[in-house]
Design a protein around this ligand. Structure first.
Ligand SMILES: *Cc1c(COP(=O)(O)O)cnc(C)c1O
Length: 399
């Protein structure tokens, strides 16, 4: 018996649920790319993106996934042989450092583990030891999607200032962009990367790179940057092709325009952040109740360090795998795989699963997913505390 027939729900941390309004906006004939609507809507899209990023500086869109945005950002500020300091709180921090390495830079990795945030005081101490200022950039992940650790980016900036270090601060906001409070200018971030398919509710394929004048100056000192990644011709475009170094991602742009309009209609990005924060509190209350008995445990202990966009949960190997398979087959809810949490006994992270709650999600979707998990815990005889769904409803009732 399966109760999955009906509208399925992809509750993984990206790609996220695509709103009908975005899909309908994309369902259109091929537009002229030389004049007309597509050309006219670009300034509005770029200013909308900057509002979400909270920056007055430069915004660019690359036809790429998040990995492409990583490479675009690094390519504009690093030359082979440059040193970067990479602050890791999960798999994605390591991934960005590996990308820097593959571009010829030398990453110095500070690994803060998979469940706790960056220790800014420790970062300051390392930077103070860099007497010759060889470190050109500090790479920080705002929300690491594997661990669901959220880092205090303003505190990292303060540590850099405290150490009087001139490195660029670069932030990976791919998981949090459009979902979780992030203030590029106010927090002193020089380069920020995001992508379309998580909080922004658009299919994968657009990578966003934001940068300020300090980053522009770093670019101008480089002997060369590959033509496609170079942000110089993209930063003040005059013609449509200059935004993209070629043919624009026509249909993604229609989808993105619709997504930005939805953010405005909700009351702006502050309202979007507040919705994510409230839904996250309901999720935490539910898991905290389950954790009262049995193996279920939120990966990040301290609320202040938890993401409001994705939640990583430990449940004992191979219960993460069993629960995901059951929820998909029986309930029509697809949960995210455990990622980067492997151990010698459980190399594939089957003792973990993740819940994505970024973008086009509301109370009944989150309540449905959590209720499906409760059914799964029961069906699979995984011990769990009582009263979780009541705790969930209580937080939702505060809306
Ligand atoms: C999803 C994600 C990436 C990778 O993005 P892709 O689009 O899969 O290439 C990088 N960093 C973080 C924090 C992410 O959440």
């Amino acid at each position: 018996m399966s109760l999955a027939h009906g509208r399925s729900y992809l509750a993984i941390p990206g790609p996220s649920v695509m709103p009908d309004r975005v899909l309908q906006a994309m369902h259109t004939a091929a537009p002229n790319i030389y004049a007309g609507e597509l050309v006219d809507m670009m300034p509005g899209i770029m200013s909308g993106l900057k509002n979400v990023a909270r920056t007055r500086h430069f915004a660019t869109i690359y036809i790429a996934n998040g990995h492409g945005a990583w490479e675009a950002a690094l390519s504009n500020v690093l030359a082979p042989g440059d040193k970067v300091l990479s602050l890791c709180t999960g798999r994605f921090g390591h991934g960005w450092a590996e990308m820097a390495c593959s571009l010829g830079a030398t990453p110095q990795v500070m690994d803060f583990g998979n469940a706790t945030p960056v220790d800014a005081a420790h970062v300051a101490a390392v930077l103070r030891e860099d007497h010759n200022h060889e470190i050109k950039a500090v790479l920080a992940t705002h929300v690491d999607t594997s661990s669901s650790v959220k880092n205090d980016i303003a505190a990292i900036r303060a540590a850099m200032d405290h150490a009087d270090h001139p490195a660029l601060l670069m932030a990976d906001c791919i998981a949090s962009f459009g979902a979780e409070r992030f203030e590029m200018d106010a927090w002193g971030v020089d380069v920020m990367v995001g992508a379309s398919q998580k909080g922004m509710m658009v299919p994968p394929g657009l990578g966003f790179v934001f940068f300020n004048e300090k980053a522009v100056a770093a670019r101008q000192e480089l002997p060369r940057v590959s033509n496609y990644w170079d942000w110089e011709p993209r930063k003040n475009p005059d013609q449509l092709w200059q935004y993209f170094g070629g043919t624009p991602p026509t249909h993604h742009l229609y989808g993105l325009r619709a997504a930005l309009a939805m953010i405005e209609d909700e009351g702006g990005i502050e309202a979007v952040w507040a919705r994510h924060e409230h839904l996250a509190r309901a999720i935490w209350a539910t898991f905290d109740a389950w954790a009262n008995a049995g193996p279920v445990a939120l990966n990040v202990a301290d609320r202040a360090n938890r993401s409001c966009a994705v939640t990583s949960v430990g449940i004992g190997a191979p219960n993460g795998l069993r629960l995901r398979e059951w929820c998909e087959a029986k309930m029509g809810v697809t949960l995210g795989i455990g990622l980067g949490m492997g151990t010698d006994e459980d190399p594939d992270s089957t003792g973990f699963f993740r819940l994505g709650h970024m973008g086009h999600v509301n109370a009944h979707m989150v309540m449905g997913a959590l209720s499906a998990i409760e059914a799964g815990l029961t069906a699979l005889n995984i011990p769990h505390g009582e009263g979780a769904l009541e705790a969930m409803a209580k937080v939702m009732a505060e809306a």
